[in-house]
Design a protein around this ligand. Structure first.
Ligand code: BES
Ligand code: ZN
Ligand code: ZN
Length: 498
């Protein structure tokens, strides 16, 4: 797909469909929109009145222009209340209109969008939204006769003076959008294809392309390093498992902050001997969505070359029952010497992350964000559109929340009061990996991880079990993997650089 920008009048663009957004309070037919309405014999304003199009989010009105202006069709799209038109809504209306117009005979689209965004941001977010909206998770469907896709998308910025800035914005949008789709592709891949070995191969490509330092520990090396927690989960699977790290070191840096990003990479979670019910078990190929997001971020980092050091760690393994697998009640020892009673083998994420978090700190991470499809409980608490966020430093939590809100990703904080530590008491070891009752499931997961964070490190845990996978499609996104977390981390890196 080709992305362009234009500072010409929108009515002079030779495109199949011109998309214009309108707000709830005033479908104000003034300015360029007024001109277009007039040229079309007031059909837009009359239709809006007649159909009572109120500008609600995703409401649309499509009219043919019968050559009265250059675009063949005009699509008005509701954008909600003007005051509430944030980055998230901007992305959503662009994605939704793209999905509704793609494969419907449109070769070229132009977006003429109003709102309070600065134009670079609007273009970046727009490009990114079009790319993520065009992702098709049906990667193994034999291609029938392909319907023609939109080939050209233009963003109209009437007051644009500096075209170079627009090009930069387009490139950034493409970079982020494509990295998100790359992560979604990995998550879509079935577990027989996307094994831990395959993930390591993908990471090796990234490391070669961008000269990132890569360290891979196979099970033997991980064991020698004392990663008894990670290895205990890995034992049950016949696939090779790996603890993987990519490291980006900037040419120069003004900050002492070393960002550690840690992603759960369980390429299939059957639950192990505490086996899951078969209903929806197939979706557990997505239990590596955290690792996919982290690797996608490293791809973007390789391109953008920010001025801070970034260390990624992704524990990669399956969680399967077998004659070798870990049994409920087994006690395993993490890299810091602490013993964990694995009461439930389905709470495997926190067990492999224990060693991953310790390794990230050993490598020098001072500020950590982990992304993990950790608990079903977070779906009960927050649903599928809001990520659970927990941490040990209010300042760091706030910084991540700010980055999330800037990126349009919704997150909500859950508490990590000391009193929750009691949930993980074991009668035989330092900790149990699950509480004895179902209370505070997501917090219990976080409290467990917190035990493996050293005092000096600032840590945030993102429980993406609900948000990494859409059970049904949205107007702006196909069902399946979402690539959640990538945008927030990229904004976070930008903020730390400042
Ligand atoms: N990978 C799952 C969590 C999950 C659930 C991810 C639904 C995506 C969608 C995790 O390993 C798990 O099984 N957690 C258990 C923890 C429990 C045993 C304390 C859960 O949530 O049931
Ligand atoms: Zn599990
Ligand atoms: Zn899991």
């Amino acid at each position: 797909m080709q992305f362009l920008f234009s500072n010409q009048k929108p009515d002079s663009l030779k495109v199949d469909t011109l998309v214009i957004n309108i707000f709830e309070e005033a479908a104000n037919f003034v300015g360029e929109l007024g001109k277009i309405d007039k040229a079309l014999g007031n059909i837009l304003s009359e239709e809006v009145k007649a159909s009572e199009l109120k500008g609600k989010l995703y409401d649309t009105l499509l009219v043919h222009t019968h050559s009265k202006i250059s675009p063949k069709k005009v699509l008005l799209v509701g954008s909600g209340k003007e005051k509430e038109f944030d980055n998230d809504k901007l992305s959503k209306i662009v994605g939704a209109t793209f999905r509704s117009l793609n494969k419907k005979g449109n070769q070229s689209l132009a977006f003429f969008l109003c709102g309070s965004h600065d134009f670079q941001e609007r273009i970046s977010l727009g490009v990114e939204a079009v790319i993520t909206a065009s992702f098709d998770p049906a990667i193994y469907k034999s291609k029938e006769e392909e319907k023609k896709e939109v080939g050209k998308v233009t963003f109209v910025e009437a007051t644009l003076k500096d075209p170079r800035k627009a090009s930069v914005a387009i490139k950034r949008g493409e970079l982020v959008g494509e990295a998100i789709n790359w992560a979604r592709h990995l998550v879509s891949e079935p577990a027989n294809v996307l094994t831990p070995t395959k993930v390591v191969e993908e990471a090796r490509k990234i490391s070669r392309t961008y000269q990132l330092r890569m360290e891979v520990l196979d099970e033997k090396k991980a064991k020698a390093k004392g990663m008894g927690a990670f290895c205990a989960i890995a034992r049950g699977s016949d696939e090779s498992s790996y603890m993987l790290s990519l490291q980006y070191i900037p040419k120069s840096s003004k900050t002492k902050t070393v960002l550690g990003i840690v992603g759960k990479g369980v390429t299939f979670d059957s639950g192990g001997l505490s086996i899951k019910p078969s209903d929806k078990m197939e979706e557990m190929k997505m239990d590596m969505a955290g690792a996919a997001a982290v690797l996608a971020v490293m791809k973007i980092v390789g391109e953008l070359k920010p001025s801070i050091e970034i260390i990624s760690v992704t524990p990669l393994t399956e969680n399967l029952p077998s004659g070798k697998s870990i049994k409920p009640g087994d006690v395993v020892r993490a890299m810091n010497g602490k013993n964990i009673e694995v009461v439930n083998t389905d709470a495997e994420g926190r067990v492999v992350l224990a060693d991953a978090l310790l390794w990230a700190q050993e490598k020098g991470a001072t500020h950590i964000v982990d992304l993990a499809t950790l608990t079903g409980a977070v779906i009960v608490a927050l649903g599928h559109e809001v990520t659970g966020i927990m941490g040990n430093s209010e300042a760091w939590v706030k910084q991540v929340l700010d980055a999330a809100s800037e990126s349009g990703e919704k997150m909500w904080q859950l508490p990590t009061f000391d009193l929750y530590k009691d949930l993980l008491k074991s009668s035989i070891a330092d900790y149990a990996n699950v509480p004895s009752s179902r209370q505070a499931g997501s917090i219990a997961g976080a409290m467990f991880l917190l035990e493996f964070i050293k005092e000096k490190a600032a840590w945030v845990h993102l429980d993406i079990a609900g948000t990494a996978w859409l059970e049904g499609e949205k107007p702006y996104l196909a069902k399946g993997p979402t690539g959640v977390g990538v945008k927030t981390l990229i904004n976070l890196i930008k903020d730390i650089e400042k």
